[in-house]
Write a protein that binds this ligand. Structure first.
Ligand code: SAM
Length: 252
């Protein structure tokens, strides 16, 4: 029997429908990461994994003449992306594919660039790098953002929260080593600024508050709101002990 007090995955997904940005980031950081790729071929083939509603796909496709395949497990997010792409007149550059990033339905050597913002945690940084690398052609790039510890001794509440949610979360240096061990040459990396967290958490806070009152009689919905509120509060309290880092690597 379903536990009526625990939010289901479907409830989590539908909570995020309509919230355009579903993780920390900004157009400025997306374009900064793009500027680090100085040797892309003309009209590169790009795959974006865990694209959500396309907050990165749109600026990428606007800045670069490319074929971008936007992959997402939740079709309603792809519908949001498709509507925004149509409005931005970018449908000739962006194709959407409903698929699991853990089983990407593409042949080896299909892409010049793999893009992934705030989503590789779904399958783990190390596993994602190793699984996706064969999708790249020789000389191809990966640009991926990932949550990281910024201090060797994080506060206990932050450590407990992220250990429960994402135990393989580690430091910038260890992720650079993972990138190298997976067969990429590290190109560069940079930490996302605090505004990139605000871009995510400020609309999220409004949405949590509204959701809480519109789902007052639903225990599972209240549990979801509690958990997201806890995450926002934790970031306000000790957000300097963890951050998001953009990593760029290249294959030979
Ligand atoms: C934190 S959100 C980030 C979304 C988007 N990149 C952004 O920055 O707004 C993570 C995304 O990964 C998607 N996702 C989760 N598991 C997935 C999977 N196995 N395969 C593909 N997408 C997945 C979620 O639906 C969600 O859109």
């Amino acid at each position: 029997m379903t536990d009526q007090t625990e939010p289901s995955m479907e409830m989590v997904f539908s909570f995020f429908e309509g919230l355009q940005r579903k993780g920390p980031g900004s157009e400025t950081s997306t374009l900064k990461a793009l500027s680090l790729l100085n040797d892309l071929p003309p009209k590169p083939q790009i795959v974006e994994l865990g694209c959500g509603a396309g907050v990165s796909s749109i600026p990428l496709a606007r800045s670069l003449d490319c074929n971008l395949t936007a992959v997402e497990i939740h079709q309603p997010f792809l519908d949001e992306l498709a509507a925004i792409a149509a409005q931005a007149k970018l449908t000739d550059r962006i194709k959407t594919v409903e698929a699991d990033m853990g089983e990407p339905p593409f042949s080896h050597g299909s892409f010049d660039l793999i893009w992934c913002e705030a989503a590789i945690y779904n399958i783990g940084f190390e596993h994602g790098l190793r699984l996706w690398k064969p999708l790249l052609r020789s000389g191809g790039y990966i640009a991926v953002s990932e949550i990281v510890w910024l201090t060797p001794k994080p506060p206990r509440n932050a450590k407990e929260f992220w250990d429960a949610d994402y135990p393989s979360m580690t430091t910038v240096d260890e992720n650079v080593t993972k990138l190298r061990d997976a067969g990429f040459t590290p190109v560069d990396h940079f930490l996302l600024p605090v505004e990139d967290w605000q871009n995510y958490y400020e609309p999220l806070q409004e949405h949590v508050t509204a959701y809480r009152s519109s789902h007052a009689d639903n225990q599972a919905a209240q549990a979801l709101a509690d958990s997201l509120q806890h995450e926002i509060d934790l970031w306000k309290e000790c957000g300097d002990s963890f951050g998001y880092c953009f990593f760029v690597g290249r294959v030979d």
